[in-house]
Design a protein around this ligand. Structure first.
Ligand code: MG
Length: 157
């Protein structure tokens, strides 16, 4: 068993799509970034890579590389899964926390969980996605952006 943690933050921008865990959430603003800026999936990939001692997504998919401009983070997650399988691991379980004042995420969480489980090749019972606010405090409270944490346990195949 190997454990990994991931953390990510993106600034909000008006008119950007709000794609979280591969699900498009209706919102007048969304996370800005080089890729689709799927904040929880970035945290998740860093947790997986961390557990496998494979570095981080910045090293694997540099944001200076044009081929990753606007790329789906769910597609990158599939590549991360390939990398860890090559090393003899698979995901045992994953727990993700999204920190955002807005938009309201609760209605979309079952779909997020199902999609991530499918992409990682695990049971939906092995994936947890939750959302919280910071009670109006800090940059998430001011709706300047959102943050996400992920913790992942890997097991040998
Ligand atoms: Mg990121």
């Amino acid at each position: 068993m190997r454990i990994g943690h991931g953390y990510d933050v993106h600034r909000y921008k008006e008119g950007r799509p709000c794609i979280l865990c591969g699900v498009t959430v209706p919102s007048p603003f969304g996370p800005d970034g080089h890729s689709d800026a799927d904040v929880p999936v970035h945290a998740l990939m860093d947790a997986i890579l961390g557990a496998a001692a494979l570095g981080d997504i910045g090293k694997l998919f540099p944001d200076t590389d044009e081929q990753y401009k606007g790329i789906s983070s769910i597609l990158l997650l599939s590549r991360v899964m390939e990398r860890i399988r090559e090393k003899g691991y698979t995901v045992s379980n994953a727990d993700i926390t999204i920190i955002a004042q807005k938009p309201k995420l609760a209605p979309y969480i079952p779909e997020m969980k199902a999609l991530l489980a499918e992409k990682m090749g695990v049971s939906p019972d092995d994936v947890n996605v939750k959302a919280t606010t910071e009670e109006g405090l800090g940059f998430t409270g001011a709706c300047l952006g959102m943050a996400a944490h992920a913790v992942v346990l890997l097991k040998s195949i």
